[in-house]
Design a protein around this ligand. Structure first.
Ligand code: FAD
Length: 341
């Protein structure tokens, strides 16, 4: 059990709305922690369309999903937010002192007077491959994300999949694993060409094994894998030693535990008022695609506006005895100092 982290604001979701919220909160001296189940910032922009151009961000005639997120990360740098990637916000309870305690699926606890739900369409959750009994190994020998590379040192690692995640982790884990086997159902990949080329080089050098095959079954005991049976196209099978199995079969979106937060969801969306973007629970705010109000548009620019108004209201909760003075970034030396300009 680790000690709870205390902060001003906990933001659930590091999509564009959650990222820009860090900026608006930061201008008001409010410190933010962000939680995202993904292993990187950007939400839908980086997960679903990193290379697609967006044409309706004010003053950016064209910007890709990835570039927009890179720019947001640059913009919020002065406020030094803390990211908790690869973790799902799992529970939220009110403490006797009026603050909220948010727990993640890894058991981390964060305490803050304000929670901002910027969860978009919900959590991106990995697809479980249809291998009998795989659940028994999840979390111990089967992992859908790499939280700590070191935990794969000197292990016999099996990776399945043909996209960027499968290829990236093949390249990253090959040098530290005892052995690394990549399996994919065809001899072609949906990953960046240079990753595929690097993988082929490792294969040619005998540093990894690659099989056009599928994982038919897993063998082990008490959650610890020992081996896996691979099924080849010609229906032949062979067994390999495996300590850790990483399947990367894509993601689906599920609303997840937010449904249990007691915030009166309406058709899986959080109803909010449009003055503060607060939910029916005082101190729990919502911004971005996850919220509903009359006239709501699921656009990135709406999330930015919602973040600005949320921050003003959050300030009064976090600093009840302080006055909030409206200031422009162009003319306020105070704001410019915070921005380090
Ligand atoms: P998201 O981007 O969905 O991010 C939410 C984040 O919250 C995710 O990373 C998710 O993993 C995380 N999360 C959710 N629940 C939890 C939990 N319990 N614990 C931990 N993490 C959690 N919009 C435009 O304005 N212009 C466009 O041109 C445009 N083009 C698009 C093209 C495509 C193909 C798609 C799919 C969308 C497009 N959009 C566009 C919509 C835009 O991407 C969304 O409006 C925007 O991403 C919403 O931002 P958000 O921050 O609210 O949520």
């Amino acid at each position: 059990q680790t000690t709870p982290i205390e902060t001003d604001v906990v933001i659930i979701g590091a999509g564009p709305a959650g990222l820009f919220a860090v900026f608006e909160l930061g201008l008001l001296d409010l410190k933010a922690h962000l939680i995202d189940i993904l292993d990187r910032p950007g939400g839908q922009c980086t997960e679903l369309y990193p290379e697609k151009p967006i044409y309706d961000i004010p003053a950016l005639p064209v910007v890709t999903g990835q570039k927009l997120v890179d720019q947001l990360m640059e913009q919020i740098k002065p406020f030094n937010p803390t990211f908790h990637f690869g973790e799902m916000a799992a529970g939220c309870t009110k403490l006797p002192d009026g603050r909220w305690k948010l727990t993640t699926d890894t058991g981390k606890e964060l305490i803050a007077p304000v929670i901002v739900i910027a969860a978009g369409a919900g959590s991106f959750v990995p697809k479980r491959p249809p291998i009998p009994g795989i659940e028994a190994y999840e979390g111990s020998s089967v992992h859908y994300a790499v939280r700590k590379m070191e935990s794969f040192r000197d292990k016999s690692v099996l990776i399945a999949g043909g996209g960027d995640s499968a290829l990236d982790w093949t390249l990253n884990l090959a040098p530290i694993a005892k052995s690394l086997t990549l399996v994919h159902h065809r001899d072609g990949f949906r990953a960046q060409a240079h990753s595929v080329n690097q993988m082929r080089e490792l294969q040619a050098a005998g540093k990894i094994n690659f099989h056009v095959a599928s994982v038919k079954s897993l063998h082990g005991a008490d959650g610890q894998l020992h081996a896996a049976t691979l099924l080849h196209h010609d229906k032949s099978e062979h067994q390999i030693d495996v300590d850790a199995f990483l399947p990367f079969f894509g993601l689906t979106i599920k609303l997840g535990p937010i449904a249990e937060f007691g915030i009166g969801l309406h058709e899986n969306l959080i109803p909010v008022d449009t003055a503060k973007f607060e939910s029916e629970q005082p101190g729990i705010f919502g911004i971005g695609d996850i919220i509903t109000y009359p006239g709501k548009l699921k656009l990135i620019l709406s999330g930015f506006h919602e973040a600005a108004l949320m921050a003003q209201a959050a300030f009064h909760i976090c600093r009840p005895n302080e006055k909030l003075r409206f200031q422009y970034t162009t003319s306020s030396s105070n704001l410019q100092k915070k921005l380090g300009v």
